[in-house]
Design a protein around this ligand. Sequence first.
Ligand SMILES: [Zn+2]
Ligand SMILES: [Zn+2]
Length: 439
Amino acid sequence: MRRLVLPFTGALLALSALPVHAQSAQRPEVAAAAKAEQAKLVAWRRDFHQNPELSNREQRTAAKVAEHLRALGLKPQTGIAHHGVVAIIEGGKPGPKVALRADMDALPVTEQTGLPFASKVTTTFNGQTTGVMHACGHDGHTSILLGIADALVAMRKDLPGQVMLVFQPAEEGVPPGENGGAPMMLEEGVFKTFRPDAIFGLHVFSTLQAGQLGVRQGPMLAASDRFTIKVHGRQTHGSRPWGGIDPIVAAADMVGTAQTIVSRRTDLAKLPAVVTFGTVHGGIRFNIIPDDVELSGTIRTFDLGMREKIFADLKNVAEHVGAAHGAKVEALVPDAKGNPVTMNDPELTARMRPSLEAVAGKDNVVEPPLQMGAEDYAYFAREIPSMYFFVGATAKGIDPLTAPSNHSPQFDMDESALDLGLRAMLQVTLDYLHGASAP
Ligand SMILES: [Zn+2]
Ligand SMILES: [Zn+2]
């Protein structure tokens, strides 16, 4: 460990007031674990990569996870929210409780990486034949958490506190008509008997270079909410619009007016927000004004108040613009359960950032911009003080800004992210457990 020589007593006092767990160097046991796990991480990752499974279909992945946890002498609980697996590692000493989360599902994407272990799996999704690919890197997340299980079990005797490993299914969203993911794990009581004091999660991320970690205090990823607006007019001949009520013109007005919700009525100096229309469906023939038009889209926000206000504003626009056209409107804003904002507890994040710096180097821990994407991990972070961080996935020599992003068929996670992800998560966990148990 490096020591600072400080010339002034005041500075020494300030330093001694720092929390004891703010390690300035990587723990030796973290380096040892990373070395011991390296080959296993790559092997697991490639196996999961070649055998990807869609959300709520993670049978094989979950079985592999449970099998490994059992081999370590743990007693995993399986079948949580369909294919979730949870296990608790009991430390030999008293201390706090921590949960670590990894997601396990893949995407309906046909892989185009050309990697020797590329996925050749195909399936039917939404009535279409598609490839299945770990295009978001959850193969890496699952592997990292298995490696952490190895490391923590090996040091269990000296471990203060307890660690819950949460292998979560269906992060990417469930098929229509199904339930799943983080909210369902919570509904099934995953934290009922074991209430963690803190939860940590990570995500490999194409816009950061391999070797970098990204974290920020407060909002990290957006809340994501879907909406549907049904506009009911009255069908008539295209040559006689006055004979009916035109839902197409009403819908077009709504789309236009809705643009002012963010640009004119949202405090953009506070945080950004997005309202996007993704579908417009209506009509069957060029000269028939149809009965109905249906619009749908997505709302992204970073603040609960802004989120609620945009819901109300959009509903208001839809209903009143519709009324101005004489159309009847059903504005479902939101129309289903969306993901809340992924919040990093400011105090916890400030406290644990030195642990990230200890493994990556101070200059390699960056504050990424707010991400408009969403994570259902947000449900865990809403219940438990959380820190969620990014692990750079774009190989050195490739520009992260132009590299194929997560969800792209060319997304190619640099495997060094496995090593850094393991070291970061393990250091954070140990620093938290040891720090919080220190006098
Ligand atoms: Zn994803
Ligand atoms: Zn993901």
